[in-house]
Design a protein around this ligand. Structure first.
Ligand code: FES
Ligand code: FES
Length: 272
């Protein structure tokens, strides 16, 4: 960024002027505020120099940004680290020119207007941004869009077929698997990919018999909770989510119930 612009901002915010000794920059600010000669004298009597500094600060911030952008070469006005990538999302290929550091989450939401995928923490901790990449659930906030060339990405918008919701979407609606709905796209994408993990016989942290694990696993409620534990629901719709998953997974749609762990179970868990 041009050094002179920053100098102008800090220099002017330090100056103390009377209403009749306005600098050109201060005049610009007051012009931008729509104050004429008499009203600006009245205004300046009412505000402290510090207050004007605050106005000046926000004014110059936008001015710095505008001038900085104008000073850049034409292409760089849009991107600094441009890279071209073909994203295959929901069976459609979208060629994009993106910043090489852009997350898949931002590319989906900001560049492709696929806002079903939600930004919760943006730090890989809540699961709201979960999408399916090549059949596996992934956190799009921790995935660089530039690494997704040639991969098959499915977002919540791509689950319905021919205008009909995916079975998991229907089950979430039927069993009230959400309240505010913010975590729901991530929960549903995670659940859909989890169905495949169970079919493929993939183990989890709570799988008891790893030696005899087979394809076509029937997941217990404990397994479902563990495998869905990366998807946080602030509204606490967990029982309903497990119920929805169970119905699609095994046809069992009995509402799960919470129960406190026994002393023996706690001891076992601590020694695990
Ligand atoms: S937004 Fe990606 S894990 Fe929270
Ligand atoms: S439904 Fe509100 S956060 Fe899960």
């Amino acid at each position: 960024m041009p050094k002179s612009i920053f100098m102008k901002k800090s220099d002017k915010s330090q100056q103390v002027n009377t209403p009749d000794e306005l600098t050109p920059d201060e005049n610009i600010i007051l012009d931008a505020m729509g104050l004429t000669a008499s009203s600006r004298r009245k205004f300046l009597r009412q505000v402290s120099t510090g207050s004007l500094g605050i106005y000046a600060s926000s004014f110059f911030s936008s001015e710095v940004f505008a001038q900085t952008v104008q000073d850049l070469p034409e292409q760089a006005q849009i991107l600094l680290n441009e890279i071209k990538v073909n994203l295959r999302v929901n069976n459609m290929v979208k060629p994009l020119a993106i910043d090489s550091r852009m997350s898949l989450l931002d590319a989906l939401r900001e560049r492709l207007a696929l806002t079903g995928t939600k930004k919760g923490c943006d730090h890989g901790q809540c699961g709201a941004c979960t999408v399916i990449i090549d059949g596996k659930r992934k956190l799009s906030c921790l995935t660089l869009a530039a690494t997704c060339e040639g991969k098959e990405i499915t977002t919540v918008e791509g689950l319905a077929k021919n205008g009909e919701m995916h079975d998991m979407q229907k089950a979430f609606v039927k069993h009230d698997g959400f309240q505010c709905g913010y975590c729901t796209p991530g929960q549903i994408c995670s659940s859909v990919a989890l169905l495949e993990e169970a079919k493929n016989g993939e183990a989890s942290y709570v799988t008891e018999d790893l030696k005899n694990i087979k394809s076509g696993l029937k997941l217990s409620e404990e397994e479902i909770r563990e495998r869905m534990s990366g998807n946080i629901c602030r509204c606490g719709a967990y029982n309903n989510i497990v119920q929805a998953f169970k119905e699609v997974h095994s046809g069992d749609d009995v509402m799960p119930t919470w129960e406190f762990a026994t002393a023996e179970q706690m001891k076992k868990a601590k020694n695990a």
